[in-house]
Design a binder for this molecule. Sequence first.
Ligand code: HMG
Ligand code: MG
Length: 298
Amino acid sequence: ALPAKVNIIDVGPRDGLQNEKQLVPAQVKTELVHLLQTAGLREIEVTSFVSPKWVPQMADNAQVMGQIQRRDGVRYSVLVPNMKGMEAALLTQPDEIVVFASASESFSQKNINCSIAESIERFAPVVQAAHAQGIVVRGAMSCTVGCPYEGDIAPAQVEYLARLLHDVGVDRVDVADTIGVGTPLKIQRALEATFKHFGVDNVSGHFHDTYGQAIGNTLAALELGVWNFQSSVAGLGGCPYAKGATGNVATEDVVFMLHGMGIETGIDLDRLVDAGLYISAQLGRPSHSRAGTAIAKK
Ligand code: HMG
Ligand code: MG
């Protein structure tokens, strides 16, 4: 049976905006977070504590975390690659830390400048520091079906990474299709490889929509009982180290599908559309959400 409820983690302020060439003011990022929580999002990936030389757009991480007006019941997460990022992140009181690794060795090198095994060594003290303060740790697994440098990625590589993340103490993981080449059955194989180490309640789907497969992949994940998904309002985004990859699947499109299937999300779709229109106007371009665009025209 399909899940009756789905939890959506909007990653637009982080995954969405990190790839923007034009620097988006902290005030706009803050307003985006506020609009998302008003629309009913209960998990928002706000920013990342990475090197500003690698990702200049996230250099205002502490400022944005300091400006947002937090609501009870909303989980604000941040990406952290190492202890240096963790020290800065902890000062801003996040509810969840996201470490990020790759199922592909080449992508690991390009994205975080170290091997998969080295990345796990860097995460170990991060996980410890988070748990010491009662903070949950999510592990993002990139390139779980395909890699911009290596091509196809075997489920065995996903299983290997899931095992390492489990053993280092990560609480939940994202199965990410970073470049959007996954199709439904390949996504199911990557999810099943992950289930060897994490229960379905602790596995989320993170699908980029480069090839228009993300909605189909979301349904394929639902069929396996997955009920946590990452998406970006207005379909914002892309990864600076995955050339040509477009944004995450649009949150509006996922919510439209789920509500149409009678699955609860707790999200007010009209308000979500407004959030998408706001950030698209700020960026000076149309929304990439098909549902958002259609609803706005009604
Ligand atoms: P490195 O150059 O190997 O690091 O980068 P290093 O330890 O040698 O340090 C170099 C310099 O960076 C030093 O400064 C450090 O202090 C500084 P300098 O002495 O030259 O002035 N530094 C930092 N500054 C701020 N915050 C930090 C930090 N760490 C070191 N945390 C590093 C290694 C991991 C830092 C770098 O590669 C990096 O920042 N990478 C981040 C890349 C990134 O953000 N990618 C996008 C997110 S992943 C993603 O989008 C995929 C995902 O959505 C899932 C999916 O779709 O697949 C999650
Ligand atoms: Mg991503």
